[in-house]
Design a protein around this ligand. Structure first.
Ligand code: FAD
Length: 518
């Protein structure tokens, strides 16, 4: 069974037992990647339960070292998450709700520790939003059963997607593997089910007695990052200014984008030198903004008051936010795609390269392809990379260098501030032609043409590759091929590590022979 089915059966089997559980001395909301108080489905349910019973609501966040191996692999992401917890703690405290944060040694200890805490606090109900990754779903299924056996109800909510996974079926009753028909159905489904865009109220204030009864929970410290995930002080200061944390910042950014830039999103979104996109991915990834709020805010600005029709920029932006849902739906239906496997089995036979020099050059932004190098250096400088450039560097790694796409996928997770398992996997699957809705393998990005088209004046390249700032005109895209060799080499900029034309032929042959071998 798929992991989501394990969770569903655990919920079904325990339904009667859970219904009979009476509210104890407190109700708990377990925060995961939903670090906000506004429009948070499970938090709202928890708050309502606590209010009805007149007991306090306690908020819980648990870190395990395994989190740092899976989702929180990048130090910039860890830093953002810890800063977000500080904001969340302050916001909850203003409602007299304590946020209890702790770390367990192993992920497997988590269910046991939650049981201990619930028992200590006399809490009867644990609320949480569902995370759709495989290990998380299996863990939640176990938790539901284990706690029900001890008289504690685990109640879960679909929150992270606008449309919960599993709802959209093709005419033949199957999960869509292709985005465009899926998106048409997504729009129709939301239209037919307007409740999906109804926003949940933030939690209410805790009863006055909460601070007395649970006094020790209110001065819980937010831990610092483990040593291996700690940023240098200068980087931490820079990233804090670049990416202010917390739901208030997310709301401000959304408002500003909808006010100033969304109308021209369709025109500007592919130009990395411009601030043409929302830069909200970090907030979606940490849950400081719900995609429901984002889609609804954009829709309400459309003169049609619909998801489609009307302003082109608004429509396009909504269709991009929908990609997030799409990849989560894929993850739930075909969990193996996020477990290092290509969507189609024949793509498992491609013989990838593991050339370490090539990989190092790609990672450091020293490939001799200015647009690729600028993009990789943006990643190091900001913990973020423009979407167009993510496609360019992913195509370059998997096709021009024929390196195993999983190396790039992992490197992104280790360095992105917005690293999201499903979206990152989907993006890599698309670029390397191994995912559900890929570019055909014979469509290989030409980095030079991409550079000329999307960074025509070389503004983005000059920003991120200082060695090339002295090069003018079209030579910026290909200094060694366009008469700027002396300047480039004097400035220490490397020659191209592969010849694109030859690399393209090699990739075509490798993909073809891998697929045909099946
Ligand atoms: P906007 O253009 O303003 O879009 C709004 C939101 O829509 C984004 O914040 C994001 O949540 C969603 N979105 C837009 N495009 C996509 C897409 N192609 N797939 C999924 N969601 C999308 N996005 C992540 O959030 N985390 C990742 O780890 C990630 N890895 C990627 C890896 C590769 C190889 C590629 C090609 C794309 C990846 N993306 C990822 C998608 C996309 O690049 C980023 O979401 C986008 O660049 C974020 O910038 P923005 O918030 O300004 O986006």
């Amino acid at each position: 069974p798929r992991p989501i089915e394990l969770l569903n059966s655990a919920l079904a089997e325990t339904a009667t037992a859970r219904e009979m559980i009476r509210v104890g001395r407190a109700v708990v909301h377990w925060f995961k990647m939903d670090l906000r108080t506004r429009d948070n489905r499970a938090l709202h349910m928890a708050s309502e339960k606590a209010r009805e019973a007149g007991v306090p609501l306690i908020a819980l966040y648990i870190l395990s070292p395994q989190d740092f191996e899976a989702h929180l692999t990048s130090p910039v992401r860890v830093d953002f998450m810890l800063r977000t917890l500080q904001v969340l703690k302050r916001d909850l405290s203003s409602l007299d709700i304590p946020l209890w944060v702790e770390t367990v040694d192993k992920r497997t200890q988590l269910p046991g520790r939650i049981l201990e805490l619930m028992t200590d606090w006399g809490a009867s109900h644990l609320f949480a939003n569902i995370e759709y990754e495989v290990d998380e779903l299996r863990r939640e299924a176990k938790l539901v059963r284990m706690l029900a056996g001890k008289g504690i109800a685990v109640e879960v909510a679909h929150d992270t997607c606008v449309v919960p996974p599993g709802q959209l079926k093709s005419g033949t009753g199957n999960q869509y593997a292709v985005y465009t028909p899926w998106f048409r159905t997504w729009i129709r489904f939301i239209h037919d089910n307007p409740i999906l865009l109804e926003l949940s109220d933030p939690p209410g204030r805790n009863p006055e007695t909460a601070r007395e009864v649970f006094s020790t929970l209110y001065d819980c410290d937010i831990p610092s990052a483990p040593e291996t995930k700690r940023l240098e002080v200068d980087d931490a200061v820079k990233l804090c200014a670049l990416w202010p944390a917390g739901e208030h910042e997310a709301a401000k950014r959304l408002e500003k984008f909808c006010e100033e830039d969304i109308g021209s999103y369709g025109k500007n979104r592919n130009i990395p030198a411009q601030q043409g996109t929302s830069s909200l991915s970090v907030h979606f990834a940490s849950g400081t903004l719900s995609s429901r709020t984002a889609v609804r805010t954009a829709r309400d600005r459309n003169k049609t008051k619909k998801l489609d029709g009307g302003n082109e920029g608004i429509q396009t932006w909504i269709s991009e936010v929908a990609w997030r849902d799409f990849y989560k739906h894929v993850l739930v239906h075909w969990p193996y795609v996020c477990m290092n496997k290509p969507f189609k089995p024949e793509y498992s036979n491609i013989e990838w390269s593991y050339d370490n020099q090539h990989f190092e050059a790609w990672k450091k932004g020293l490939t001799g392809f200015p647009i690729v190098d600028a993009a990789m250096r943006q990643l190091h400088g900001m913990g973020y990379m423009h979407n167009r450039c993510r496609m360019i560097v992913a195509s370059f790694l998997s096709k021009d260098l024929l390196l195993d796409w999983r190396m790039g996928e992992r490197f992104f997770m280790e360095n992105l501030i917005d690293g999201d398992f499903a979206s990152n996997n989907g993006g890599w699957g698309f670029a390397a032609s191994v995912g559900v809705d890929p570019q055909p393998y014979f469509r290989i990005f030409n980095p030079l043409l991409q550079s000329e088209k999307f960074d025509p004046d070389g503004e983005y390249i000059r920003k991120w590759v200082p060695e090339l700032r002295g090069i003018s005109g079209k030579a910026i895209h290909d200094p060694y091929g366009r008469g700027a060799s002396d300047k480039a080499s004097k400035a220490g900029y490397p020659e191209p590590i592969v010849d694109h034309k030859g690399a393209r032929e090699r990739a075509l042959a490798a993909y073809k022979s891998g697929i045909e071998r099946d």
